[in-house]
Structures are given as C-alpha cells and as structure tokens.
Design a protein around this ligand. Structure first.
Ligand code: 6CS
Length: 283
C-alpha cells in the first residue's frame, strides 16, 4: 500500500508540474495570442530621433520601433501602433494597460527595472548638452550646472537627464522640464535655458537639422554613465518578454539587429557587450 501511496504522490506532483507549466505557457500564449488577434502591438514612443520618430504622414520610424516592428512580425504580430508619451508617463501608461510595450529608448536603471520587465539591451548612448557656441558657462558635467547658481538646464520630464541634473545638485527650480527636442533647441537659441540635455545621438540629430552656427554640443557629459534601453514590458508579461528576447538574440547573432540600428548611429556591439542583469544592477 505504501508503494502505491508514494506513486500516487509522485504522479500528483508530476500533474501539478504539467499544469503549472501549461499555465505559464498559456500566460505567454495568452498575451501573444491577444496581440496576434489585435493585429498590432501598442508601443509608447517619445518622438525623439533617432530613437523614435513620427513623420508628418504619421509613419513611425526610429531605431527602437524598427527593432520592435521586426521582432513582433517574427512573433506573428503584424505591426506596431505608436502613441507619443512623455518619458515620465511611459511606465505608468504601461502599467495602466495603455501600451503593450515601451520601445522608446527608455534607459535601463534599477528603479525602472523594478517597475517593468525589460528585454535585453537594444540602444546604448552617452549623454550630451546643447549650449551656445563657445560654451560660455564652461559646462562639462551636470555638477558644473549645479555650481553656477544662475544656470538653468532643460531636460525631458521624468527623463534620465532630469534625474542626473537633480542628483548632481541642480535645484529643482533650475531644472526646466522641456516637452520635446525642438522646444529645447529653441529655448537654448533664445537664451531661456543655458543648456538642454538629451542622449548624444538625439542632440546630434537636433544640431544637424538646426544647422545653427551659434550652437555647440558638449558630449559626452563628464561623469554621466553610458545607458542602454530595452523594450519595456508590463510586470507579469515576462513570458512575452522572453519570447521577444529569443528573437532579439537571433537577430543579434545573424547581424540583422546591426543592420537595423547602425544606420541610425547606434552600435550593435555596445548593446551586445552588456546585459539586462548588469544594467539593472548598476550602482
Ligand atoms: O530613458 C530616458 O529617460 C532618456 N532616454 C532617451 C532616449 N531620451 C531622453 C530620456 O530622458
């Protein structure tokens, strides 16, 4: 009788394991099936070239959405539909179910890694500042802005540069929230802010399009880390995130990942030289 009891116990465990696996499996399938049925994945972007861009005709491009579009296609999800969001509103929007994923260059940092399920790294970049020609206030770092009690710096609301400036000691009232790149450029041109900070490739894109000889780019901002983003999924959608990572890894291996992001100025090697775990545990 004892043997029978043990056998029944083992069978019970095996059945639980099968049901558990199938329920995890069905969780991934459920979300992915839902996106397949929907025909598209709703992505949050910021419209900050070359990370993300929306043309006058509504066409969405940029390195982050282009990678996402290709991966979702491989997962059987026909396309992506983008909504423009401020960086600080992306994670709350994802958690509220307004987006299926954030593909916007949302840099991985421990506090964000605690709030979302990031993919492996996609786009890496250093930080920059746009200033008047000649860098009249001699900025090299966010600390330099803090030390100059009359200096103001513009940055995206809820963005990394805003956080870096505040953490460097720039008082809240001297960190100006700027809604987009064009506004930041104009505010520097008009002398309403002394610097505007975004990642290097974003500032370079603004500079190239403005072609204004009275502006200068300070890059990289001394003391600021090189960050990498990933696609950010809602906590609970880890199985979908894992499916996304499988395709991302294949594209990194085949060279297709580099083909998409490098024309935008990003380095595939930089993204492949690090991992989500390293970036999410960075001090
Ligand atoms: O992740 C962020 O917060 C930053 N990422 C980009 C691509 N631009 C500015 C933003 O602050």
């Amino acid at each position: 009788m004892k043997k029978l009891g043990i056998l029944a116990g083992v069978a019970g465990l095996a059945l639980t394991a099968v049901l558990a696996t199938s329920s995890v499996g069905s969780a991934a399938d459920k979300k992915l099936e839902q996106l397949k049925a929907q025909g598209f994945a709703r992505v949050a972007i910021a419209n900050e070239p070359p990370y993300t861009a929306v043309a006058a005709d509504g066409k969405v491009s940029g390195a982050a959405p282009d990678v996402a579009r290709e991966i979702f296609k491989r997962l059987g999800v026909g396309d992506i539909v983008a909504s423009i969001s401020e960086y600080g509103a992306m994670i709350p929007g994802l958690q509220a179910g307004r987006f299926d994923v954030v593909t916007a260059g949302l840099f991985m940092k421990p506090e964000r890694c605690a709030a979302v399920a990031y993919s492996e790294p996609v786009l890496c970049d250093a930080e920059a500042m746009l200033v008047k020609k000649g860098n009249p206030k001699g900025f090299k770092s966010y600390e330099d802005v803090a030390k100059d009690t009359s200096a103001t710096i513009g940055a995206p609301g809820g963005g990394t540069e805003e956080k870096l400036a505040l953490n460097a000691g720039v008082p809240r009232e001297r960190v100006i929230v700027v809604p987009d790149g064009q506004s930041g450029l104009k505010m520097v041109q008009d002398g309403r802010i002394d610097a505007y900070s975004l990642p290097v490739l974003s500032i370079n894109d603004l500079m190239k399009k403005a072609a204004d000889p009275n502006l200068e780019v300070i890059a990289p901002v001394q003391g600021a880390p090189v960050y990498c983003d990933g696609a950010a999924f809602k906590k609970g959608d880890e199985a979908l995130r894992d499916a996304y990572d499988v395709e991302l890894a294949k594209m990194k291996k085949s060279g297709e990942f580099a083909k998409i992001i490098e024309p935008y100025g990003f380095s595939a090697a930089a993204a492949m030289s690090t991992t989500r775990d390293k970036l999410c545990s960075a001090k």
